[in-house]
Design a protein around this ligand. Structure first.
Ligand code: PEP
Ligand code: MG
Length: 331
């Protein structure tokens, strides 16, 4: 079994009818880089930069960030590296304090407060330092920028303006930047962003659907909250309908769209996601072989028909049944 999965490393992620699927890795700490190479990931679809900011008293400066990004980008060669700017706030700064970032968990409802891009736009010096480090590494590989917890197209526009301003400043300083600035993508991880996806798409170069937060915010359930975690369900039709809406908005504009939440690493959910039109998945490196195995056994027409059946359902339990049945039928 292990040998079989190892052999998969060299095989392409292609469906039985020849549709190519992109399988990328999520990266939380640079120590996972060898795992990514082992898994045969086609780049990094989500680099969570929080690790740079955790458990320290001060902020990592531009140079420290540059060193970390350089290590990662050089390890990935020509494969894309999608660097998500700091997603601090909500539950994320409760576990890992950093006195260099204003405490953001003091408000009445941290998950709805100063988190992700909102925090960065309130503290633009944080975003500027991070953008500067990202821009300075952009020439060394295939670098993309990803913005967390967006709900409004104006936030994306504002972030882009800051990126352009930082680029002008670096060029004046004589830094070598690529002629074209890195693409700027948006995490679709709130119901607001999903339902405004058509408007947000006009400001974005790509979408990354974050199903972890999307499920939490859609169902108003924190899965770390034991009393309600039984209600956390990414297969709830409300979550799936939002994913479908956002995916279709992207596909209409021929804009790349990927899924990078936990759902993307579950082989049983591959038929549904392919059927919804997703062709790019980013997941923990360890999940790549099994997801690739699932992709290689599927036909797109079957997946599309299956997804249509699923999307007609309104009962989460029935959807779960259908998903299990389909997975067992194919396996
Ligand atoms: C998500 O919310 O699905 C996601 C990928 O981001 P994170 O898990 O880092 O919040
Ligand atoms: Mg998220």
């Amino acid at each position: 079994e292990r040998a079989k999965l190892a052999k998969l490393r060299r095989l392409p992620a292609v469906t039985t009818d020849g549709e190519t699927v992109e399988l990328q890795a999520n990266l939380e700490i640079p120590a996972e880089l060898p795992l990514i190479a082992q898994a045969g990931a086609q780049g990094i679809g989500l680099l969570r930069t929080e690790f740079l900011f955790m458990n320290r008293e001060d902020l990592p400066g531009e140079e420290a960030q540059l060193a970390a990004y350089t290590q990662i980008v050089e390890a990935m060669g020509d494969d894309p590296v999608t660097i998500r700017v700091l997603d601090w706030g909500g539950e994320k700064d409760m576990e890992a304090q950093n006195s260099g970032i204003a405490p953001t968990h003091g408000g009445p409802n941290p998950a709805l407060g100063l988190r992700g891009l909102r925090l960065l736009l309130k503290r633009p010096e944080l975003l500027e330092a991070q953008f500067a480090a990202i821009l300075r590494v952009a020439d060394r590989g295939n670098v993309r920028v990803l913005l967390p917890l967006v709900t409004n197209p104006a936030e994306v526009k504002q972030a882009r303006e800051i990126l352009e301003r930082v680029a002008r400043r670096l060029r004046r300083r004589g830094e070598r930047l690529p002629e074209r600035l890195p693409e700027v993508g948006v995490m679709i991880e709130t119901p607001g962003a999903a339902l405004a996806a058509d408007a947000i798409a006009l400001e974005a170069d790509f979408f990354a659907i974050g199903t972890n937060d999307l499920a939490m915010y859609t169902l108003a359930v924190d899965r770390a909250e034991a009393e309600v975690s039984h209600l956390y369900d990414p297969l709830h039709p409300a979550v799936l309908r939002l994913m479908q809406f956002a995916t279709e908005a992207a596909l209409r504009l021929r804009m790349p769209v990927s899924v990078c939440g936990e759902m993307a690493g579950n082989p049983k959910l591959v038929p549904l996601l392919l059927g919804l039109g997703i062709r790019s998945f980013s997941m923990n490196a360890g999940s790549i072989p099994r997801v690739k195995q699932a992709v290689r056994a599927l036909e797109i027409g079957d997946c599309a028909r299956f997804a249509r059946r699923v999307m007609e359902q309104s009962d989460p339990a029935r959807i779960r049944e259908l998903v299990t049945e389909f997975a067992e039928g194919v396996a």
